[in-house]
Design a protein around this ligand. Sequence first.
Ligand code: UN1
Length: 499
Amino acid sequence: MSDNLLNVSELKNYIDGIWQNNVTDFATVINPATGKEVVKVPLSAKADVDKAVEVAKKAQKEWALEPAPMRAEILYEVGRIMKDRKEHLSQLLTLENGKVLEEARGEVQEGIDMAFYMAGEGRRLFGQTTNAELKDKFAMSVRSPIGVVGLITPWNFPIAIATWKSFPAIVAGNAVVWKPATETPIMAYELAKIFEEAGLPKGIVNVVFGSGSQVGDAMVQHPDIRVISFTGSNDTGRHIAGECGRQLKKVSLEMGGKNAVIVMDDADLDLAADGILWSAFGTSGQRCTACSRVIVHKDVKEELESLILDKMKELKIGNGLEDGIKVGPIINQAGIDKIKKYIQIGQDEGAKLIAGGNQLTGEAYGDGLFFEPTVFTDATIDMRIAQEEIFGPVVSLIPVSSFEEAIKVNNSVEYGLSSSIFTRDVNQVYRAQRDLDTGIVYVNAGTTGAEIHLPFGGTKGTGNGHRDSGVQALDVYTEWKAVYVDYSGKLQRAQIDVE
Ligand code: UN1
């Protein structure tokens, strides 16, 4: 099946509307479900970034003068093409990333939704008009584009996150230099082709494949890239923020989570178990929003545990392109090694392993990288498995005695992306949404499933105050300009010539 999904064996950078390669160095993209080579991806150098920035800078000047509703027409076309190609894109996404086909379809849909939503912004991009303090004077604030923006996107949502960042940047009148994750370059290749077919002028989106240390760093250092938007690990994000800080460069960061589902003693336990399974083991736990802690009221702990263990028997693990598979592979060997390390840490710390804990090998799994959905129980707030991001199908149950303790445990981690509470008590619902220190809160649903028209991002170590998606994403890619028009015909001094 995989052989005829992709019609090239080697990808090229897309710079100035031209597919080009100036390097001899390539990385091999591996399908994590089979271990087979999918395609080769160039490992570009600083010179490629310099070239991309140069053409982006030139192209952006005209693009910024194009009326926003006309810029948006191209995004509508992008959305239409993505919709036509949804199945093909989804299969390619599963091929390079491993997520099961049903989830891949969901991710591509997220990109389609973002296209139409941001295209709509072309006829809004609202600023404000307000009253000036002097007579015969007009005041307004308008959004203006920033120039060339640099996007660094991750492998776990290679198309959705790319759309969260590139579509608002484009509709607001910027040009883009984009470094996709080396593990999942095909979605970038496909999206660049779609931009081209939709009629986006050349130079407005430029894709430069390569490593963080070469391409990413060159983008961060380039003086003509005025914004960096990054989704990825906390360490890399902090490094980028430091560099951008020195250059007074705007930077938007989204760096993961240690998300919890709280299950209170009055909860619908069957529903809670479904929500936990989906948000902990869906995408093999490789979401920034994945549930990796269950904070459970002690009175319902045993019942919840047995419901979870029962339902886990239904989770079929394997190649996500096959029917009925619920849990796909882990992205690479480093991912597997990290999960194994935390299984060991959890056992050494004294948490009780009640399900999973092993890599799946043998004939049925071939050279694929599969890991059993894993459950620890009786974890405590101070354990590393209850504090650190694992990015795999591992969840730890932490028993608590009260609502207050549940909130405290939820907020005890350095991250603040997503949290959820299962309860039927309306007072607890409202107190939880107020007190949970995360950027996203769910009630009676798991920790995943953010919709694109709401802000996506988190507090504390998850980010630096910016949001991907939602109308708030526009704040990353625009400057606010305050405009005063004095039509009195005389010099009027603010704060002084007022009555
Ligand atoms: C991510 O894991 O970085 O809310 C993105 C969700 C998806 C997006 C996840 N809509 O789980």
